[in-house]
Every structure is written in C-alpha cells, then in structure tokens.
Write a protein that binds this ligand. Structure first.
Ligand code: NAD
Length: 436
C-alpha cells in the first residue's frame, strides 16, 4: 500500500517505519527541514529503542523515504496519516491548528480519492471538522478515519508491531477495508482491530490516557498516606495489584506523571467535558493532585535542609519523563530543577539520552555530565528522578565516597530499604519509611 505520514515525531516516525517494515511504500513528510535532512542522511532524530534497525533496513530497501514537500509525499498515497502535534491551547483544549491546517493543505493538493487517517490525539468531533475542511476546499471524495495511537515511548516499536488492540473509527466501508488490510500483519496473534464510529474512537484515546493518569495518581495518594501512617507502598502495591480487576501494571508511585500525553490529554478531556456542560470531577482532582505530587520532592528537601537550599549542590540522576526515551516534555525533573534553581541550589545532572534536550532548554543554568557517578562529586545529596535501569544497582561505595553526605532522595523507589539501612544512608523514597 502507498502511504504518506504527515509529521515525523515520536508517533509519525514510528508509524511510518513500522508500516514500511511490512512491505508498504511509505513517504514521511515534515515541515522541520533540518529533521528531514537528518533522516534523509539515515540519522534518527529521536531516541527510541529498536527503531534504528527497522529505520535503516527500510530506507535501504527504498520502502521508507523522507521529504519536506507535502505534494510529493501525498501524490501517490492511498492512505494519508496525520501524526501532528495537538498541544494544549490557551484554554486547555487541544490545539487543532496543525491537524486542520494540514487537512486544508492536503485538500488543495489531492486529485483522487484518499483515506485521511488522524493518528494525533484529537477531541471528539475532530473527524467532522477535518471532513468540513476538505469539503470547503475540494470536490474530490475522501474518507476520514480516526485511528488513535496507543504506543508508549520507550517501547514504541514493540507496541506498534504488536499492539494490544487497534482502534479504527470510520463509517466509510472502503476505508474500513483498507485499514483492516493495513493492520492485519500486526494483529496476527489475535489481538483485535476494534471498529467503531469516529466519535467513540476519538473519545477512547482520551478515556484510556485519563484512566491511566488517574490510576497513577491514585497510587501516588496512597503512597503519601503510607508515609503518614507507617505503611509501605511497595507492599500495598503488591497486595492490591494481585487482584485481576486492578492489575499489576501502572501502580508504581512516584513524583507525578509527565510526558507529552497524559498532562495535555487529561486537561483536554476535562475541557471537552466542560464544553458539553459536564463537570468531570475526577479529572480535575487528578490534575490538582498531580501538580502537588510534582512538588513533593522539593518539599521534602526543604524540610530536610530547614527551608534553606541556597548554595546546596544536588546530583540528579534522570531527566527524561520516563526511562528509555529522550522526551522531556512535562518531565517532573524540569519542574524540580526549576524550583531548586529558584531556591538558589546548584545542580549537576546526568541522563543517558535526554541531557541534550534539557541543555537546549536550560543551557548552562545547570551542569551536565556524561557518567552518572561524575554528577556526585561534592554534592549534598543524590536525587533520583527517572528510573533508568542503569541506576538500579549502583556502586554504593562509590556514591558514598563521592557525595558530601550520605543522602539520597529517590523519587522512583529504586532501592531496598534494608540495604539502605545496612549501608547507613539517609534514604527518602515515596510511600515508604525514611531511613536515617
Ligand atoms: P511530535 O511533536 O514528536 O511530532 C510532531 C511532528 O510534526 C514534528 O516533527 C513537527 O515538525 C511536525 N509538524 C508540525 N506541523 C507540521 C506540518 N504542517 N506538516 C508536517 N509536519 C509537521 O509529536 P508526537 O509525540 O509524535 O505526537 C503527535 C500526536 O500523537 C499528538 O497528538 C500526540 O498527542 C499523539 N500521541 C503521542 C504519543 C507519544 O507517546 N508521543 C502517543 C500516542 C499519541
């Protein structure tokens, strides 16, 4: 099948590459010329495990190409995927200007039937808006499909190649057949392609992300309570998660959810509900609670240092919003760093993949090192903000030798409490007793 992907970010590039892997002919288009040039030269603009091999293979076999020219990308395409940003607008609703702008540009270029697939996360009613844009600019028949993406950064390739489910919202029979054919190789183990109307499909994505955000937030509150009542959230998590109705996944407490999706999607769903005169109470509570959770580590630090962080030096391990990605959008680390700088603290940070993105944002406001142990020299404490595997089993003797004091604030509960007691660290984690 001939396919065009408009927007080659985390979703577009993974979608394009994975669709070329099953033999489709894919052209990806992006307005960022520098990014396009990099990809044309065989370089990946993002870090995503497993993507490199597929990317190189399909470029070599000429099933995957890149352009900054929309007309060239869509000329022969039967299916056009829109994988464009939908950032929060000023009022919290999803900004549809990228999606509708691209729809208009495409409408002005097409000369034959196309299936327009919205992969971006968009509010209910967007398919109708896209259809209206086409109607306004062309007489050519098109079909609009809502096909929300559920991939997770860090395991995006695996998620795309073997999705739990594929959701396809369309009322167009021809588009439905094309989508079924396109996705068949990815659901051979029997996972479903769930067909529905566009509105239900659009809402499914928001409902899924908001539910997960609520699940995490609920556990964060349980963790906070654990600290007050002397319970251990790790034990509570195991006890709770063994119930099939709840499930083991997504129950790890931490320093608040971040990333490019949860914060904006929860906010957009709440706004969308409000626009329909529905006050979605849980979502508002989730947003409020998460904002507080993101401040929890700084609060703990202030308490420990008697409200005086001025001149303190902190080593930070982990900047990305989660491990195995270089994405720092809405990362709790950024908020923590911002607050610590405001308090007059000094920061030396390490992240295996995300440091350059933070450097681009913060410049030399903080110091960056290439090895996690190098961040420790002379620091008052180690702060763990992302649970990269490399931090899980560190050389504690080296940590102890390098830090000014044996103090660790762990936002990801990486270490065993007995071990930290044995080693004599002050160790403060989330939802567990403080070792001191
Ligand atoms: P992104 O910011 O990484 O990528 C968007 C790309 O679109 C950028 O490369 C940008 O240059 C390009 N672009 C902008 N305007 C363009 C135009 N007019 N023509 C061509 N290219 C253009 O975004 P993303 O993380 O890939 O997210 C895209 C959508 O998918 C969003 O709606 C997001 O909510 C949704 N989504 C994201 C994830 C995720 O994990 N990142 C998962 C599921 C769904």
């Amino acid at each position: 099948m001939k396919i065009a992907i408009v927007g080659t970010g985390y979703v577009g590039l993974v979608t394009g590459t994975c669709l070329s892997e099953t033999g489709n002919d894919v052209t990806c288009v992006d307005i960022n010329k520098q990014k396009v040039m990099m990809m044309q030269q065989g370089q990946l603009p993002i870090y995503e495990p497993g993507l490199e091999a597929l990317f190189q293979r399909n470029i070599i076999h000429e099933r995957l190409r890149f352009t900054d020219n929309l007309a060239e990308a869509i000329e022969h395409a039967e299916v056009i995927f829109l994988a464009l940003p939908t950032p929060p607008g000023g009022d919290g609703s999803a900004d549809l200007s990228y999606v509708l702008g691209a729809a208009k540009d495409i409408a002005n270029l097409i000369t034959d039937y196309k299936v327009i697939v919205t992969k971006s996360t968009v509010p209910v009613g967007t398919a109708d808006k896209v259809r209206a844009v086409f109607k306004q600019h062309t007489d050519i028949e098109i079909a609009v499909v809502s096909n929300p993406e559920f991939l997770r950064e860090g395991v995006a390739v695996e998620d795309f190649m073997k999705p739990d489910r594929v959701v396809v919202g369309t009322t167009d029979e021809r588009a439905r057949k094309l989508m079924a054919e396109l996705y068949a190789p990815y659901v051979r183990q029997g996972n479903p392609i769930i067909f529905m109307d566009e509105r239900s499909s659009e809402l499914t994505k928001y409902a899924a992300n908001s539910f997960l955000a609520a699940k995490i937030t609920f556990m964060n509150e349980i963790a906070n309570l654990c600290e007050l009542v002397g319970a251990n959230v790790d034990m509570v998590r195991l006890g709770v998660g063994s119930d099939d109705r709840i499930g083991k996944r997504f129950l790890f407490p931490g320093i608040g959810y971040g990333g490019s999706c949860f914060p904006k999607d929860v906010q957009a769903l709440a706004k969308s509900a409000e626009d329909n005169d529905y006050h979605f109470r849980i979502l508002n509570a989730v947003m409020e609670t998460n904002a507080i959770q993101k401040k929890i580590m700084v609060e703990k630090l202030k308490k420990y240092y008697n409200d005086d962080l001025k001149g303190r030096k902190f080593a930070i391990w982990g900047l990305a919003f989660k491990p195995e990605t270089d994405d720092i959008r809405e990362a709790p680390a950024l908020e923590i760093i911002g607050e610590l700088l405001n308090e007059g603290a000094q920061i030396v940070a390490f992240d295996p993949e995300a440091a350059n993105n933070v450097k681009y944002l913060l410049g030399d406001k903080i110091e960056y090192v290439d090895d996690h142990y190098d961040a420790l020299a002379g620091a008052d404490a180690l702060l763990i903000l992302t649970e990269w595997s490399i931090f899980r089993n560190p050389d504690f003797a080296l940590i102890q030798k390098s830090l000014k004091a044996k103090v660790i604030f762990d936002g990801r509960n990486l270490y065993d409490l007995d071990k930290m007691t044995e080693l004599g660290f002050y160790y403060n984690s989330i939802g567990r007793k403080t070792i001191n």
